[in-house]
Design a protein around this ligand. Structure first.
Ligand code: CA
Length: 542
């Protein structure tokens, strides 16, 4: 499949002024881009990262194979660790305060420049399948079919353009078509992606295909093939599962995202007939079956029967443990952690199979050599570290992203990169890979030099990253911004007027706040100055 430059050059006249041609070689074949994006997948749950107590239990052979054939980025981070903001950063290559999506409540302004739009204008065929979560309808795609809002795990509804749809126009009657598809979201999303590749892909054009999974987002509902995984096993616990947050800023003490006190027994942990208002108390059993009520219009009879066959014996054992008094206090927290981490890893196993199916499809159709395959997630997640689930904080488990990229011929197999990279970098990377010059207002850096294994010269790569979390209210995580270097992290909880400083080399679990430690006075002042510089540079002066 040789793509000549004629169509390419013609179509560049359609380019918006925010990207320009970079003189690609006459016969250069532009790469396809397969961007596989999961939701809340921590590096701690990717086998090849091997950086958590459960990593060796994660069933991620296909993601690990991508890394083995390509490159694993060991210091990849988000700029704002929640779903919608991260997605807006990926599309634009710009920080939240610039792209207009600081929190999950904001609607993405689809009229702004995005890399899919620019790729499409330059002759790429563009498609998006799965989770979108940006409120406005997608722009820049020749084809899209997305989960409304957070989407559902079972019998998910999908939305796509209807007959009267006009890109960018306000949503009106008949512009959006909604259909419910039987099955499990990860599998349905994969099937829709392969269906697009087989039926709608234009072989005369390079493609961008974004496959965006709901999994492993809360409430971590595994697919039918993964119900039995880890059955009978006891998975290891993080050493900080019973963190008391001593010595850290007040936000860590007042947050509402603990496995112990804030997980819902019926919704998160699927204990049918359990009450959800657990807080500090013991579980109340024999309540209304809220879980089943929630599943009534989601699971068909066969799905529900398969689910119950796996979960009801476990739930009965749980109820017996509660009634006997065995499951209370720390034992109850440990039980919740086991249920949570197993369901989370079961969802990951499903995502990994999707990666395998998509890569296999490329191989079977001779497209694997000229396709950049990226696997990443919108942000990380707490797998019981600090006693938590969820994300949002600038602490490592949610700040860090899994990022593996395979691109035969450009990336040498088995590469590991430890430069500081961010989700800001996807847009300029994809634009440059397509022969386009990223616009000057893009705030990320192209990863291409790193992918080629080049060592950027002194001053040619960032030595620190800027992070800011804006959302108010949810899980009571205080707003904060901060700077991370290779070794240190400084966080300012500006609403609380409190700071945290961590030495990641000596304290990778971020348990000791060094902000008042005289030995770190110089580091603290240097990082404060760096934070000010970063805020000025990216224009976040609010
Ligand atoms: Ca997310």
């Amino acid at each position: 499949m040789i793509r000549t430059c004629a169509a390419f050059l013609f179509s560049t006249s359609l380019l918006a002024c925010s990207a320009s041609l970079q003189t690609p070689k006459e016969s250069e074949e532009r790469p396809n881009i397969l961007f596989i994006y999961s939701d809340d997948h921590a590096t701690g749950a990717v086998g090849c990262y091997a950086n958590s107590v459960v990593a060796s239990h994660a069933q991620t052979p296909n993601i690990d194979a991508l890394a083995a054939d390509g490159m694993r980025f060991d210091r990849a981070f988000c700029t704002n660790g929640i779903c919608a903001p991260a997605r807006a950063v990926v599309l634009t290559g710009k920080h939240s305060h610039v792209n207009g999506v600081p929190d999950n409540g904001a609607s993405f302004d689809g009229s702004q420049a995005t890399f899919p739009k620019l790729l499409r204008a330059s002759g790429y065929q563009t498609a998006l399948i799965g989770k979108w979560h940006l409120k406005s309808t997608p722009t820049g795609f020749d084809h899209w079919e997305v989960l409304p809002g957070q989407g559902e795990y079972y019998s998910p509804a999908f939305e796509r353009p209807g007959p009267n749809y006009v890109e960018g126009a306000p949503i009106a009657e008949g512009t959006i078509e909604r259909r419910r598809l039987p099955g499990y979201a990860t599998e349905v999303t994969t099937d829709l992606a392969i269906e697009w590749l087989e039926q709608e892909r234009d072989p005369a054009k390079p493609f961008l295909l974004m496959v965006q999974h709901k999994a492993p987002h809360r409430s971590w509902m595994p697919g039918p093939e993964e119900h039995a995984l880890y059955e009978g096993q006891q998975l290891p616990e993080p050493t900080t599962l019973f963190d008391d947050y001593a010595g850290r800023a007040d936000g860590a003490k007042t947050q509402e995202m603990t496995i112990a006190r804030h997980m819902w027994l019926w919704y998160d942990l699927k204990v049918r007939s359990a009450q959800w208002g657990l807080a500090d108390g013991e579980p109340i059993l024999d309540g209304p079956d809220k879980w089943a009520q929630g599943m009534e219009d989601r699971m068909d009879e066969a799905q529900l029967a398969a689910w119950d066959a796996a979960y009801q014996p476990r739930n009965e054992a749980f109820a017996a443990g509660v009634r006997s008094g065995e499951l209370s206090g720390a034992a109850l927290v440990r039980w919740k952690y086991q249920r949570y981490i197993k369901d989370y890893l079961r969802c990951i196993a499903g995502v990994d199979k999707s990666v395998g199916e998509l890569v296999t499809w490329l191989e079977e159709h001779g497209l694997d050599q000229n396709t950049i395959v990226v696997y990443t997630s919108d942000q990380g997640f707490y797998l019981g570290e600090h006693g938590w689930y969820d994300k949002r904080w600038m602490y490592e488990p949610s700040l860090q992203l899994p990022l593996v990229v395979r691109w035969p011929g450009t990336i040498k197999a088995g590469g590991v990169d430890d430069h500081l990279v961010q989700n800001l970098d996807f847009a300029p990377t994809f634009l440059e890979a397509a022969g386009l010059k990223p616009a000057a207002d893009i705030q990320g850096l192209s990863l291409l030099p790193l992918m080629r294994g080049e060592e950027p010269g002194p001053g040619a790569w960032r030595e620190s990253i800027y992070y800011r979390y804006f959302e108010v209210g949810i899980h009571a995580v205080p707003q904060h911004y901060g700077v991370r270097t290779e070794r240190h992290k400084l966080i300012n909880y500006y609403g609380l007027d409190q700071w945290e400083l961590f030495d990641l080399e000596l304290d990778p679990d971020e348990m000791t706040n060094l902000i008042e430690d005289p030995k770190y006075a110089e580091t603290r002042e240097r990082l404060k100055a760096e934070l000010t510089r970063l805020r000025t540079d990216c224009g976040d002066q609010d």
